[in-house]
Structures are given as structure tokens and as C-alpha cells.
Ligand binder design. Structure first.
Ligand code: GLA
Length: 377
């Protein structure tokens, strides 16, 4: 009884104290505290271990990914960067057909497994890229001796490849770019690839059917570039609709090889609205923001002017991703840091580019601070 009286009195006292402190000092706004904790310069960055994936949590926003080669796993700085910032990995090359099945029936998963094992050991997801593409696919796929293979043979090989690869990675790769770049950039609907010339557009449907069958849990994506260009967008949309009507697809992969002047907010918004009208998820699959806006631009150092334009572009793009966070479930960069990017050799050979949030020494750039600054807005 005595104990009860004391504890009642103490609770009462606590209530009074907490009420009066409520009036005097407002409860600290959690968002502001979080915001204050986010670094705004290199020194503050070095004083925390948090990274992109901690600010852009998958629950509230989206997975943050990077495409890597297995050789990155032997470089301490790159491993550190991966662990600190990314919740998802993509193989830049080693899951493509030419790496996994160079000659018929000889599957080699060694390099791809290295990435998957690393991701699993570090609690990261893996996006599979890619099962069917016109590029980096060996010639034997389309040949029967010296002749062109028949449609039946090519489709049989496609089904075998997809089923073998997806079963190998079942439970470890949560999403696949099943078909990559099948839509034409010009006036045609479908790209005149060997796949299309031999099989017509059936190869796309067959690829998705084989994928659904091989791993019912995996999320299936159609992946392409220029997905915000209005003409290509409409063609992609029709294909997505065709696949979606048969329940063969879960999302669209927007590669997003963009630059400091392209695309406009309007183009991105129109594309997001169009694709999500089908109820599909959006993955930004290959994001990089080139510092050049034209093939004819001469090579340039990473000047303050370019840096500022890149800050503006990245802030804009991420603010759109945040706005569409209920649909955009993954944002993957096509690389880690400015020391390694395919853009150094494309579209102009040997023209150094600086497309990422981290510089050639793996340090965060202004663009990094800008994408984490306005979170919540
Ligand atoms: C395309 C492909 C990627 C990669 C890039 C260039 O976007 O989808 O796999 O090859 O080109 O590196």
C-alpha cells in the first residue's frame, strides 16, 4: 500500500514536470535534428559514417544502388564507399549473356557470384542486369552452323538462358532487367536487332514468360534509355501495356543517362505519370549526369561553373524522385565515383567525364551535399 502511494505520487510529479517542460520548451522537432545531422561539407562528412542509404532509407524513399565490376571488391576505398552509401548493387557487365554463357551450354557464374556474395554478406540487394539484349550477346545464339538459326531455335536458347540464370540466382537477385533496349530510336517500333529480325517482337513476350516461370518471386523489368523522350516513351508504353495485360511485368527500368542540361522536369514528370498509370514500379537503373550536353563539347576540367550546373541538375532530379517516391522504388547509379565511368569513352572516346556524386578520390562532391540537403521537401 505504502509502495503504491509513493509510486502514485512520483508518477504525478513526473506528469507535472513533463507538462510544464512541454510548455516551456517545445519537443525538439525530429526532422530538424535529422537535418542538422546531415553533413554539408567534407569535414562534417568525415565526422559521420552515415551515407546515402541512411538518408534515403528504402522504407521512406527507395533503394540506392550502384553498378560495379567485381574488381571493385578488391579496392578498399570502393568497398568502403559501397558499404557506406548503397543498399543495392548491379553488375556492370558480368551478368550479361556474353559473361554468363559465352559458348552454348557452358555457364560461368564465378564473377557474378562474387558480387552477389558480397551483397549478401553486407545486407545489400542485387538487381539483375540483363537477360536479353542485342548487345554483349554472343553470335552463336543466332547461328545454326553457318546459317542463321530458326526462330524456334533462338527462342529455345533464350528460354534456356533465362531459366538457368534466374534459377541460379533465385532468392539472391530480387529484380531483373529481363529485356534491355528493344525499342527503336528512329521511326520503327522495335529495334531491328538479330532478336527482332529472327523472332519478331515475340522474343520479348517469350523472355518475360520464361522469367516469370523461372522465379515467381522476382520482379521483372523492361529497361531502356531515352525513356523520357516523348516519341520513344509512347512506344515503350505500348510494349509495357502489352506485357502488363498478361501480368508479365512489374516495372520499368529508366536508365537515365542524363546530363547537366537534360532532361527538363516536365519530361521526367510526363514519363513518370505515363508509366505509373499502368500501376508499374519505376526503377532508375543507370543514373549518371554527364557534364557535357553535346557530343561536340570539348573536354573540360571539372570547373566551378560545371559543378554548379551539376548541383542544380542532381537537386532537381532527386527532388522529382522524392516526389514520386511511392512509385520510384530504386535509384541506381551507373558506377560509384568519377574515377570510373563508361562516359569517359562514350559518346566521345577519351573525353574525361565527372558524372557522379563522388569525385575521382572518392570524396563527396557539392552535388552529394545537395541531394541530401533538401530531404523531406
Ligand atoms: C547500356 C546498358 C548497360 C551499359 C551501358 C553502358 O545502358 O544497359 O548495361 O552497357 O549501356 O555502359
Amino acid at each position: 500500500m505504502k509502495n503504491h502511494t509513493i509510486s502514485f505520487f512520483l508518477s504525478f510529479l513526473l506528469l507535472i514536470v513533463s507538462c510544464s517542460s512541454d510548455e516551456d520548451e517545445p519537443i525538439p522537432d525530429n526532422k530538424e535534428t535529422e537535418e542538422e545531422k546531415r553533413p554539408t561539407n567534407l569535414q562534417e562528412y568525415n565526422n559521420t559514417t552515415d551515407g546515402l542509404k541512411d538518408y534515403y532509407t528504402a522504407d521512406t524513399y527507395f533503394e540506392i544502388g550502384a553498378a560495379i565490376e567485381p574488381s571493385s571488391l578488391d579496392k578498399a576505398e570502393e568497398v568502403d564507399l559501397m558499404k557506406r552509401h548503397f543498399s543495392s548493387l548491379t553488375a556492370e557487365n558480368v551478368m550479361k549473356w556474353s559473361s554468363l554463357q559465352r559458348s552454348e551450354g557452358n555457364f560461368n557464374f564465378t564473377s557474378a557470384d562474387k558480387i552477389v556474395d558480397f551483397a549478401q554478406a553486407n545486407g545489400m540487394k542485387v538487381r539483375g542486369h540483363t537477360l536479353c539484349w542485342y548487345n554483349q550477346t554472343p553470335d552463336w545464339v543466332f547461328k545454326d552452323g553457318d546459317n542463321t538459326a530458326s526462330k524456334e531455335l533462338v527462342l529455345e536458347r533464350l528460354r534456356t538462358h533465362i531459366s538457368t540464370v534466374m534459377k541460379h540466382f533465385k532468392g539472391k537477385v530480387y529484380a531483373w532487367d529481363v529485356v534491355n533496349e528493344a525499342i527503336d530510336d528512329g521511326s520503327g517500333t522495335y529495334r531491328a536487332s538479330k532478336w527482332f529480325v529472327i523472332c519478331g517482337s515475340d522474343f520479348i513476350i517469350e523472355a518475360f514468360k520464361a522469367a516469370r516461370e523461372a522465379d515467381t518471386e522476382a520482379k521483372l523489368f523492361y529497361n531502356d534509355y531515352s525513356t523520357v523522350s516523348p516519341t520513344k516513351r509512347e512506344k515503350i508504353f505500348k510494349l509495357l501495356k502489352r506485357l502488363n495485360d498478361q501480368n508479365l511485368i512489374d516495372g520499368v527500368g529508366m536508365q537515365s543517362h542524363w546530363n547537366i542540361g537534360y532532361p527538363s522536369d516536365e519530361l521526367v514528370i510526363e514519363a513518370f505519370d505515363k508509366y505509373t498509370s499502368l500501376g508499374l514500379e519505376i526503377h532508375i537503373t543507370e543514373l549518371d549526369v554527364s557534364v557535357y550536353t553535346a557530343d561536340s563539347d570539348p573536354e573540360s576540367a571539372y570547373t566551378t561553373d560545371i559543378a554548379q550546373k551539376q548541383v542544380a541538375a542532381y537537386s532537381d532530379f532527386f527532388s522529382l524522385f522524392r516526389r514520386y517516391k511511392d512509385h520510384v522504388s530504386s535509384v541506381t547509379f551507373w558506377g560509384l565515383a568519377d574515377n570510373h565511368t563508361w562516359l569517359d569513352n562514350f559518346p566521345v572516346r577519351g573525353r574525361k567525364n565527372y558524372p557522379f556524386l563522388f569525385d575521382t578520390d572518392y570524396n563527396p562532391k557539392e552535388a552529394y551535399f545537395s541531394v541530401i540537403e533538401k530531404l523531406g521537401s
